[in-house]
Design a protein around this ligand. Structure first.
Ligand SMILES: Nc1ncnc2c1ncn2[C@@H]1O[C@H](COP(=O)(O)OP(=O)(O)OP(=O)(O)O)[C@@H](O)[C@H]1O
Ligand SMILES: [Mg+2]
Length: 307
C-alpha cells in the first residue's frame, strides 16, 4: 500500500457562478463538495490506477466528518486521526473565465494530538511501500513536522516523497526525503533563484535525494542520483491545472515503488499530470488523455555542464 499523509485535510467546496463579481452578491448555480487536501488527491489518483492506498492525517469536527464520509464513499481507506478542532474548508468559485480560491488555515492542533498522530503514522508505515507527505501544516503542528515524518519513514525502510513549500519543505531536507516535488514558484521562493536546474541542485545539496520541479505546461525537470532530465508534454493541455502536481506526485510514487528507471517515471508523471489538467476536479484524471500522451512525452538528459 502507498500511504498518503494530509495533515491539513480539507473539505473542498466548489461554487459555480455565471460571472464572478467581487464586492457584490453572486448567485450560485451549482455547489459541490468533496474530501480534499493534496494527499487525498494523490490517493484518489493512485486508487484510480488500481494501486492500494491509505490516507492518514488529521481531521476534526463536522467538516472532518464530512471529509471522512466522502473518503468512505470513494472507497479510500481512511486512517485520519481525530482532533478536537474543526477541519478547514477550501472554497473555489468557478465562473466562465477563471477560478477564485479561498483557503482556510486549518484547525489548531495540540501537542497531544500531534503525538497521537505520529504513533498512528509509525503503525501505518509497517504496511507501506512508500509514503507521500503533501501540503500545508495546520497551526500547532511543529515547523519541522515533515522532517520528523521523513526520518520515521526512512528509519522504517519506507521511501518518502514530499510535496511541501516554504519552511515546511526546508526543515525536512536534512532528513533525506527520497523525492521532493516543488513547483517552479515554490522552488524560487525557497532558493531565491529563477533557474530551476540551479534551484534543484541546491535542494539536492541540502539533503533531498531527488528533486523533481514541476514547470506547469512545460513539464518537469528532475535532478536525481542517476542524472538530470527534462520531460515535456507534446503541447499544453487546456483545463484545470489545480491538482496536476498531485497527479505528478502519484506517478512518481508508483514509479519509485515499481523500481522504474527515472526517464520512465517522468514519462508517466508528465502524461498523468497533463491528463489531470484535462479533468475538471483535482484528484481526477482523464484516462484517454493519459494513454494518448504516454507515447508522445519527450525526455532529454541535461548535461551537467549546462547546470
Ligand atoms: N496546461 C498543462 N498542459 C499539460 N501539462 C500540464 C499543464 N499544466 C500542468 N501540467 C503538468 O502538471 C505538472 C504539475 O503542474 P504544476 O507545475 O502546475 O504543479 P503544481 O503547481 O504543484 O500543482 P498543484 O499543487 O495544484 O497540484 C507539470 O509538471 C506538467 O507536467
Ligand atoms: Mg503543488
Amino acid at each position: 500500500m502507498i500511504l498518503t499523509v494530509t495533515l491539513n485535510a480539507a473539505l473542498d467546496i466548489t461554487h459555480r457562478v455565471a460571472r464572478l463579481r467581487p464586492h457584490a452578491s453572486n448567485r450560485v448555480s451549482d455547489v459541490s463538495q468533496r474530501a480534499g487536501g493534496k494527499g487525498v488527491n494523490v490517493a484518489r489518483v493512485l486508487r484510480a490506477l488500481g494501486e492500494r492506498t491509505a490516507v492518514t492525517g488529521l481531521a476534526g469536527g463536522p467538516t472532518g466528518a464530512a471529509v471522512r464520509a466522502d473518503l468512505a464513499a470513494a472507497s479510500i481507506a481512511d486512517h485520519l486521526v481525530p482532533i478536537d478542532g474543526e477541519s478547514r474548508r477550501t472554497v473555489a468559485v468557478v465562473d466562465d473565465r477563471d477560478t477564485t480560491i479561498l483557503l482556510e488555515p486549518g484547525p489548531p492542533v495540540t501537542s497531544a494530538e500531534w503525538a497521537r498522530f505520529t504513533r498512528r503514522y509509525r503503525e501505518l508505515l509497517g504496511g507501506a511501500r512508500a509514503v507521500v507527505l503533501s501540503g500545508s501544516l495546520p497551526p500547532g503542528v511543529p515547523a519541522d513536522a515533515y522532517g520528523v515524518l521523513v526520518a520515521l519513514a526512512r528509519a522504517a525502510g519506507v521511501p518518502a516523497l514530499l510535496d511541501a513549500d516554504g519552511e515546511a519543505l526546508l526543515a525536512a531536507l536534512a532528513e533525506g526525503p527520497d523525492v521532493v516535488k516543488p513547483n517552479i514558484h515554490e522552488l524560487a521562493a525557497v532558493t531565491g533563484g529563477e533557474d530551476p536546474a540551479v534551484g534543484a541542485a541546491a535542494l539536492t545539496a541540502a539533503g533531498a535525494r531527488a528533486v523533481v520541479v514541476s514547470l506547469g505546461p512545460d513539464g518537469l525537470l528532475a535532478h536525481t542520483p542517476d542524472g538530470v532530465w527534462r520531460a515535456r508534454p507534446p503541447a499544453p493541455v487546456a483545463g484545470n491545472p489545480t491538482g496536476a502536481g498531485d497527479a505528478a506526485v502519484a506517478a512518481l510514487a508508483l514509479g519509485l515503488t515499481a523500481g522504474h528507471a527515472w526517464p520512465e517515471r517522468l514519462v508517466e508523471a508528465v502524461a498523468l499530470s497533463a491528463a489531470a489538467v484535462a479533468a475538471p476536479l483535482a484528484g481526477d484524471f482523464d484516462p484517454a488523455v493519459r494513454r494518448a500522451l504516454l507515447g508522445t512525452v519527450t525526455v532529454n538528459s541535461v548535461p551537467p555542464s549546462t547546470i
